[in-house]
Design a protein around this ligand. Structure first.
Ligand code: FA5
Length: 352
């Protein structure tokens, strides 16, 4: 009898030791081992019927207590293990490599616009603005663009419907609207309300009715520069342009070159080139071997433009230029297709 009692106590002791370690799976196996149908304890409980009444009275309670105790041990351990699993779910591994969260940022065109604005602001320029929806007078006529100039043609200009009467007697240029084709409209807008001397730049969106290809978009950006005073000359233009492009491209000895050209709003007019920013002028793929990159148009402001803006003829002199922002960004950041700027591909956007 004492033997049986001793055995039961020993069972509880062993159960206590074994239950203390392991996981839920092992715990289930231990439950079977200590309390299952084939367990030692169940065998003892089953054999009680063969004992004398006195023995039953003594061993019965010991065996039942052992059963309750072992069950308690298992349940307590199970609760501990479940709590531990729960804790691990909310556990933060401070040594694990972080997940990179991508922060939004400015499109490359906006970044380049800001770079340009900063350089000019440091050179004492003011940043001006002009309307994107403009009337025919400010976009063309005030800039001395002849009525029959091809730029007014339907192929280059998105004419808006309102007021655009083709009947000459009824046609009112100031009521005929279009998305501006260049930022030069801002020249007139600014001069209508300001007196020289001044130096401004006007960055902004322009629109042309052209098919897109790798260097042309229907919607693109230009920035206009306009410097007007008593004795502004081509030399001032060349100097400011050299300083700007040298800073913008980070090439101190960058060279500028002017070639004769024609714009109705400037006289004389030039096309403006800079020494190749890749090879420095020796000739490479980027400059198609010529050593120069074409940047945009420029010239001395035509006196007719001053007159249209309300200034007296021959009172002032000034220069103006208009450059494509996308084209500059393409040169600086080696982008080979202008359409990438606006098509929203994050793989492109995130590179800059
Ligand atoms: C003009 O728009 C003149 N207003 C520039 C000017 C201003 C000349 C002041 C003299 C004085 P042009 O059409 O060449 O010029 O355009 C100027 C620049 O805008 C081009 O050199 C090019 O960089 C950019 N550009 C023109 N059309 C497009 C287009 N479809 N897509 C992208 N960039 C363009």
């Amino acid at each position: 009898m004492t033997n049986i009692s001793g055995k039961i106590k020993e069972l509880v002791k062993t159960a206590k030791k074994e239950v203390a370690v392991g996981d839920l799976e092992r715990l289930e196996k231990l439950r079977v081992k200590f309390l299952g149908r084939k367990s030692e304890l169940t065998k003892i409980l089953k054999s009680l019927k063969d004992l004398s009444v006195e023995e039953k009275k003594k061993i019965g309670p010991v065996a039942n207590e052992a059963r309750i105790k072992i069950n308690e041990l298992i349940e307590t351990k199970k609760e501990e293990l479940l709590a531990e699993i729960d804790r691990q779910k909310n556990w933060i591994d401070v040594t694990a490599p972080g997940k990179k969260k991508y922060l939004g940022k400015l499109n490359l065109i906006s970044q380049v616009q800001r770079e340009i604005e900063e350089i000019f602001t440091k050179m004492g320029f003011e940043i001006a603005d002009g309307p994107e929806i403009e009337d025919e007078w400010h976009n063309f006529s005030a800039l001395n663009v002849p009525k029959d100039h091809p730029a007014r043609d339907m192929q280059d200009t998105f004419w808006l419907e309102s007021g655009n009467s083709q009947d000459e007697a009824e046609h009112n240029e100031r009521k005929t609207f279009l998305p501006r084709t260049h930022t030069s409209n801002a020249q007139i807008r600014y001069m209508e309300t300001h007196q020289p001397p001044f130096k401004i730049i006007v960055p902004g969106r322009c629109f042309r009715n052209e098919a897109s290809d790798s260097t042309h978009e229907h919607t693109f950006h230009q920035f206009e520069a306009l410097v007007v005073g008593d004795d502004i000359s081509v030399a001032n233009f060349k100097d400011i342009a050299q300083k700007f492009f040298a800073k913008f491209f980070g090439i101190e000895d960058l060279k500028v070159r002017l070639r004769p050209s024609y714009f109705p709003f400037t006289e004389p007019s030039f096309e403006f080139d800079i020494s190749c920013t890749v090879c420095g002028g020796d000739g490479c793929k980027a400059c198609k071997g010529g050593g120069w990159l074409e940047i945009g148009g420029a010239g001395m402001v035509n006196q007719r433009v001053f007159e249209a803006s309300g200034y007296s003829k021959d009172k002032y002199q000034g220069f103006a230029w208009g450059f494509g922002l996308e084209r500059l960004a393409m040169m600086k950041y080696q982008v080979d297709d202008i359409r990438l700027f606006a098509d929203g591909d994050l793989r492109f956007v995130r590179q800059f």
